[in-house]
Design a protein around this ligand. Structure first.
Ligand SMILES: [Mg+2]
Length: 181
């Protein structure tokens, strides 16, 4: 068991950020702006932000794990995730918690080592368990209220890049005197 429960870690976001090994990303509203273009054949089109791609690559290069957690894993999403090097796609049918737990079991990690980036109510059960909950700037009010961190950029407009840079910054900084040992 971890010495820090998620509740304790949330009172010390810096320490929580230093423990993160796995970033779980919601897709719609986080990697995209939440918009769906649907053509007359029912094909979906989504817009991703190229800046998020660079952030994700930096996280992976730094040795971090990353998984997309979504209930809508369409072809465009799969294609973009592959392009980004995100090889874990956890699909949920409503409840995202079991989807994340499967990734944790595969990687041998615990909840305190998870950061979740979300925008809407389906992300809240994961927020309640993970070590660091991050809301995008335009998340729904309950998600903003529950989050430990909130990005200044909205979903699909560089929020993931911003969150990852902040995580990497926390992890590369030396612990202060009270945090050592
Ligand atoms: Mg969403």
């Amino acid at each position: 068991m971890s010495a820090h429960s998620p509740a304790q870690s949330k009172s010390d976001p810096f320490e929580a950020a230093r423990r993160i090994r796995l970033i779980c990303l919601d897709v719609d509203g986080v990697l995209t702006d939440g918009g769906l273009w649907i053509d007359d054949r029912g094909r979906e089109f989504k817009r991703f932000d190229v800046r998020d791609g660079l952030g994700i690559r930096r996280w992976i290069e730094a040795g971090g794990e990353i998984a997309a957690v979504t209930g809508r894993p369409g072809a465009a999403v799969r294609h973009r995730l592959r392009e980004l090097g995100v090889d874990r796609l956890a699909t949920s049918s409503g409840d995202k918690v079991p989807a994340v737990e499967a990734v944790l079991a595969e990687l041998g990690l615990e909840w305190s080592q998870v950061a979740m980036i979300g925008d809407d109510v389906p992300d809240l059960p994961v927020f309640a368990r993970c070590g660091l909950s991050i809301a995008v700037a335009d998340a729904t009010p309950p998600v903003l209220a529950a989050a430990t961190w909130t990005t200044t950029r909205p979903g699909g407009r560089g929020a993931v890049r911003e969150a990852i840079e902040r995580l990497l910054e926390a992890q590369h900084r030396r612990p202060g005197p009270t945090e050592a040992g």
